[in-house]
Design a protein around this ligand. Sequence first.
Ligand code: ADP
Length: 469
Amino acid sequence: MTHYALLIDGQLQTAEHLDEVLDPATEQVVGYAARASEAQVDAAVEAAQRAFAAWAADPQARRHALALAAAILRENSQQIAELISLEQGRPVRFTLGEVAGAAATFDHYASFETPPAEVLRDDEQRLVRIERRPLGVVAAITPWNVPIILLVLKLAPALHAGNTLVAKPSEHTPLSTLLLGHLLKDVFPAGVLNIVAGDGAIGERLSRHPQVRLITFTGSVATGKNLYAGAADDLKRLTLELGGNDAALVLADADIPAIAESLFWGAFWNSGQVCFAIKRLYVHQSLFEPLVAALVARAERTRLGSGLDPDTELGPLTNRQQLERVKALVADARAHGAVVHTGGTQPDGPGYFFAPTIVSGIGTGVALVDEEQFGPVLPVIAFDDVEDAIRQANASPFGLGASVWTRDVARGEAIARRLDAGLAWVNQHLDVHPGAPKGGYKWSGLGYEGGLRGYDAFSDLQVINIARR
Ligand code: ADP
């Protein structure tokens, strides 16, 4: 059984406590993660602070290291992908895509040119120029659903901009991130990249360290709000990528056979454990029956299994808590009169599997519709009037993504514009352009990740004013 070490100040370090990490498909131990002590968290932040000045001063070295990181990810993609699959549950065919996406992200930043400083005035009397300055130590706290790409989307721009970083993966999926630390140990100068593992208390210790200047977080709304409150004391900068309860609106003219497969994957990819998965499906009542029939047929031929089996389409939920939450939401929906068209059960045998489930007969006021299920269960809700569907879609504290499905693309776009969502799609869902800033409205987040807007979160501005006479 393998032990996975922390990365602190360029050294792999074990810890007094080891946490076992289970394969959600078998409930067998995959490996042991070193659990950082408070002293190790502090040591990681202090190492990052010491490394900061030299790293900030050498943009060439930063680009070179990011290119090397991309190459190392590619060389080790099978090993990383299998480990993600083992601890998280998603099939290797998808985790390979995750690692390829992470390598592409490193490559993107390796060749990314920081936009030039803006000159507001440059004449005989005065020079006024706006420059970016790195912040210092960044704390990156990540969740368990897509552990490597979500970390690298923070790590690569943070380091490119000249910051140093301490990462803390989820206690449910720490091994792939610790493996990444092991593989990248010699790519960055000591202290530039540090990885500590542990639970929320370790995340809290890290996020409150006085030398941390920015917290970049992806995870639950509850933890995001905690971090926001905790950051106030020290006025730390903060980027929050939180939950979603994305609505998809299927209009009366939609072509069901053409879109059913995309709708299915928009809701069920990674067993629904995606912040911006389709979590509520509103359909014009004239298409309700054919749409439900198409989704049920697709769900019933879905191959559930271990992520390591090449035939598997959907793996288990990543942890028991999430399975229990999904089961409780389905039970509550049934108690409110829901019709379960397919699924609704946990298959026999070990593992946190749940059959892909299609539900109808419930609406606003039932938890499965109002809250984020983060699992393979989709409520389908019929509407008469599209205005009513738009109102229901927007009547949510979340505002991450939303989509409109129609043959009339212009109308689809007009409706998409009216949906309260940072990501709005027509005839697709989930697909995020690598250059696009990703951010949620309302409880779905604060700030942006990706694109220039996201990159700028990793810098402060400094206005240089020079009097020439
Ligand atoms: P989930 O409930 O989906 O696991 P969380 O928001 O609890 O989502 O977890 C996301 C990440 O935040 C994990 O790495 C977790 O350990 C960390 N975390 C949880 N609580 C805190 C906290 N109070 N402060 C900082 N990080 C935390």
